[in-house]
Design a protein around this ligand. Structure first.
Ligand code: 2AM
Length: 180
């Protein structure tokens, strides 16, 4: 039986598409070049992902409900093409994204968010700005390199937990479901 302390534990959760290892490795190498010139904290390539829906803190008692719900989602797989590097000054993030996000990718995120909103796991839906964060705390970017496009088919939905550590946030997959 869960103790009171365990029962009170919540987790910071999000649904995402994880990058295949080969794509992650190549992007990591591109980002490493930027960090070599401009500084910043290069993120772990094993945790490169594209977030579809961010839930924030989910109380422990609702987590089994979320897992049960997600197992019935039946969402489609999507083709992804990452073909640009960009930088957000407000949070100092270097990221990879899509020049023209595929409508099916935007629709996947919208459908997922609506399903979560309907059962109060989200309080609002937000249009997706597809991005994969590569470097944090990049203060002074210079001219960013062009990105040779990376394409793959995302065929797995991942529910992940964000945990704080001494080296910033770390991400851990909690569960995975195939996308058809
Ligand atoms: P980021 O990489 O741009 O910070 C876990 O924190 C994941 O959820 C990351 O992909 C993070 O995006 C994203 N995320 C964090 N807070 C968010 C929010 N309020 N809305 C949408 N996505 C968020």
């Amino acid at each position: 039986m869960a103790t009171e302390a365990e029962g009170a534990r919540s987790a910071r959760l999000f649904f995402a598409l994880w990058l295949p290892a080969g794509v992650a490795r190549s992007l990591h190498s591109v980002a490493d070049g930027v960090v070599g010139r401009c500084g910043g904290r290069l993120l772990n390539q094993d945790s490169f992902h594209l977030t579809l829906a961010f839930l924030g803190d989910v109380p422990a008692p609702r987590q089994p409900e979320l897992l049960e719900l997600a197992s019935g989602f039946e969402l489609p797989s999507v083709a992804i093409r990452l073909d640009k590097l960009d930088y957000w000054k407000h949070n100092q993030i270097l990221w990879a994204g899509c020049r023209e996000p595929e409508p099916v990718l935007l629709a996947l995120a919208a459908t997922l968010q609506e399903k979560l909103l309907a059962v109060d796991f989200l309080t609002e839906t937000r249009p997706l700005l597809p991005h994969v964060s590569l470097v944090r705390k990049l203060l002074h970017p210079d001219v960013l390199p062009d990105l040779d496009p990376f394409e793959w088919s995302a065929d797995e939905l991942v529910l992940a937990r964000s945990c704080r550590s001494g080296r910033g946030a770390e991400y851990e997959a909690m569960a995975r479901w195939p996308l058809a």
